[in-house]
Design a protein around this ligand. Structure first.
Ligand SMILES: Nc1ncnc2c1ncn2[C@@H]1O[C@H](COP(=O)(O)OP(=O)(O)OP(=O)(O)O)[C@@H](O)[C@H]1O
Ligand code: SF4
Ligand SMILES: [Mg+2]
Length: 334
């Protein structure tokens, strides 16, 4: 079967994305030249500690606000160059779900109107709007009879269902989820994750899934990108990253999630040093070097670039962790 042009397209391609914020104390380097793509139907997880630039990346993709430099290509269109109705149409196909569902929903509006917002913007007639809102509500496990109620009458988990309904009602092709379960009770998290996974399959969505929690990410992602202080330090097939984490930082992060799915990881023996440096003044060379137990002189002098360590798995490190059981454990720069 020949693929059509649209099917052939990478849904999202981010190249050299840079986001800086001028502040009184200097320029915050929130995201410093990251590149990645999200492939058709896949879930790419973006993980890392608080402040590493995950939300800034998600918002810059949505052009809210646009990045300082770099390009964001969505289904073949460079978003940094489109405006007006084209941008509105793209925003329909590219939806975002935020961490705190309660503050993301207008408290004064009925939930059926909140869910219908995107349909109103798209000029969908009222009758069809009502039908589609009902279908979306059922899809996320909400009773359409509750459409007249307002967000404060719902729990955090139900509000996240409302946010998911609002996103899917416009038939998007891609969803950015920014810590969608982080504010929810642990008992509710699995339900919402399952709903997102089910939604992804039903609508054949591609997804960028932002989280600081590697255990959460494992159940849902095909590939993982690990961020540290505005840079991607490791990216690859989720299974490969969990089983053969090559960056010292990824290894340390994984020590706090020793059992992920059916993978049980022995402790890496590596420990973080010091504090997270200020994004106003990141370290020279490798940004992780002030906290890295494996750092040597070259780490301060040369910025490590992403290089393939295994198929579909890249790491940016001068001294990557090599697993001893691999048949071929040659690594670049070891
Ligand atoms: N509008 C802004 N003005 C100044 N600094 C900002 C702004 N937005 C983000 N930052 C800074 O940029 C860095 C990255 O922030 P970001 O919110 O993207 O991190 P994050 O990885 O999403 O963190 P978290 O896990 O806490 O949500 C932080 O140092 C943050 O303080
Ligand atoms: S490049 Fe050096 S400092 Fe950076 S993670 Fe690798 S070993 Fe550590
Ligand atoms: Mg964030």
């Amino acid at each position: 079967m020949t693929m059509t042009k649209a099917e052939n397209r990478v849904p999202l391609r981010v190249v050299n994305l840079e986001c800086t914020f001028p502040t009184r104390g200097g320029t915050v380097q929130a995201v410093s030249g990251i590149s990645f793509e999200v492939r058709p139907g896949e879930v790419l997880a973006l993980v890392g500690e608080s402040g590493c630039g995950k939300s800034t990346t998600g918002k810059a993709i949505m052009q809210l606000p646009p990045p300082t430099s770099g390009s964001v290509e969505f289904e073949g269109t460079d978003l940094t160059s489109v405006t007006g109705s084209s941008l509105r149409d793209i925003r329909r196909r590219l939806q975002i779900i935020f961490q705190d569902p309660i503050s993301a929903l207008n408290p004064r509006r009925k939930i059926k109107d909140i869910i219908a917002e995107g349909l109103v913007i798209a000029g969908v007639p009222k009758e069809e709007r009502q039908k589609r809102v009902e279908v979306a509500m059922r899809q996320v496990g909400l009773d359409p009879a509750n459409g007249e109620r307002r967000p404060r009458e719902f729990s955090g988990g139900q509000c996240q269902r409302i946010a998911i309904a609002r996103a899917i009602v416009v038939n998007p092709t891609m969803l950015i989820c920014d810590e969608p379960v982080a504010s929810l009770d642990v008992s509710i998290q699995a339900q919402i994750l399952n709903l997102l996974e089910e939604t992804r399959r039903t609508y054949d969505l591609s997804m960028l899934f932002i989280s600081h929690d590697l255990a959460v990410v494992n159940s849902i992602s095909d590939r993982v990108a690990v961020m540290y202080l505005g840079r991607i330090v490791e990216i690859g097939d989720a299974d490969s990253v969990y089983r053969h984490a090559a960056h010292p930082y990824t290894n340390i992060l994984l020590d706090s999630a020793p059992t992920v799915g059916d993978v049980v990881r022995p402790p890496s023996g590596l420990e973080l040093k010091g504090e997270v440096p200020s994004p106003l003044n990141p370290p020279s060379g490798c940004r992780f070097r002030t906290r890295c137990p494996r750092a040597t002189a070259i780490c301060a002098e040369q910025e490590p670039v992403l290089q393939e360590v295994r198929t579909e798995h890249q790491v940016a490190c001068h001294h990557p962790v090599v697993d001893p059981d691999l048949p071929n454990n040659e690594r670049p720069h070891v």
